[in-house]
Design a protein around this ligand. Structure first.
Ligand code: HH2
Length: 285
């Protein structure tokens, strides 16, 4: 029998090489948002035209993004979703995705539909971002197990309920998603967890999730936070989505301190600068 100390690391828990690379820097990796949609909550319509989407992708890269997260359906954190068919989502992605992939940085596909995710992975996307944490479509987990790509599991709820303990709800959701992932054969080392700021949460609950992010470290998996331009910021400091940069930076610095290793943002240059400066200052403690 092999001694416990020399037991090989199982492939099920080995950290995916791409994640290892993204997570190895001194500051959190920055994921830039590219919404190829007419109706995203903060920049809907701005990048629906393929040439504008590509220009924005180039800008995200130039500003220092480590990942580009491409989405073609608004996930509508605040309800009022206008569902989009898989065909429509693919039609929006088709003229844009392969050009974005050619820019040479990892691309994640922000979709809850396995068909759309498969299309994007075939085109060269290398990370799956599922805002329903493998729980909306029963085919997603099998697809991602088969493709072997890193998977972002985000907490979500159909409706916010101010009466619940949000940290307990997030932990329970993650446990269910991880169970689905394990049963499908997705390695633990392929998974990133995200509390889903603004999704099925009151402003108060989004702030609780940010303040108590470190409690989610107990899952032993990397954490991603996307607080960019979200509505909780306006509950503290009334502002339109495109006027929430200060609040987004504040939230992301607190998330980084709480253990976030990937930050999802619309404003890459400012976020990279804020993370680097905060880390340089922390270094002087
Ligand atoms: N937030 C949005 C979309 N996708 N994915 C993850 N993992 N985490 C997030 O916080 C997250 C996400 C919402 O932002 P945006 O993409 O700008 O808006 P919309 O869904 O309206 O396109």
């Amino acid at each position: 029998m092999m001694a416990a100390t020399s037991r090989p690391v199982s492939t099920a828990t080995a950290v995916h090489p791409l994640l290892q690379k993204l997570l190895s820097g001194p500051v959190p990796a920055v994921m830039g948002v590219l919404n190829v949609t007419p109706d995203s909550f903060s920049d809907g319509g701005q990048f629906l035209a393929p040439e504008r989407a590509l220009a924005q992708a180039r800008r995200l890269v130039a500003e220092g993004a480590d990942i580009i997260d491409v989405g073609a359906e608004s996930t509508r954190p605040y309800g009022g979703a206008r569902p989009v068919s898989a065909e429509e989502e693919v039609a929006r992605l088709r003229p844009v995705l392969s050009e974005v992939i050619k820019l040479g940085i990892p691309v994640s596909i922000d979709s809850m539909k396995p068909g759309v995710t498969a299309f994007a992975l075939d085109a060269g996307a290398v990370i799956a971002n599922d805002v329903w944490g493998l729980q909306r479509d029963g085919h997603m987990a099998a697809l991602l197990a088969q493709r072997g790509v890193p998977v972002i599991i985000m907490h979500n709820r159909d409706h916010a309920d101010p009466a619940i303990d949000i940290m307990k709800d997030i932990a329970g959701f993650f446990a269910r998603s991880l169970e689905i992932a394990t049963r499908a054969g997705i390695g633990q080392g392929h998974i990133v967890l995200d509390p889903g700021i603004g999704f099925g949460k009151t402003a108060e609950q989004s702030m609780i999730a940010l303040a108590r992010l470190d409690e989610l470290k107990r899952f032993g998996l990397p954490l991603l936070v996307g607080a960019s331009r979200k509505r909780f910021i306006a509950s503290v400091s009334p502002s339109e989505p495109d006027q929430r940069l200060g609040g987004s930076l504040a939230a992301h610095l607190i998330a980084a301190r709480g253990g976030a290793r990937i930050i999802r943002t619309h404003d890459v240059a400012e976020t990279v600068q804020a993370l680097r400066v905060a880390a340089a200052i922390e270094d002087k403690r």
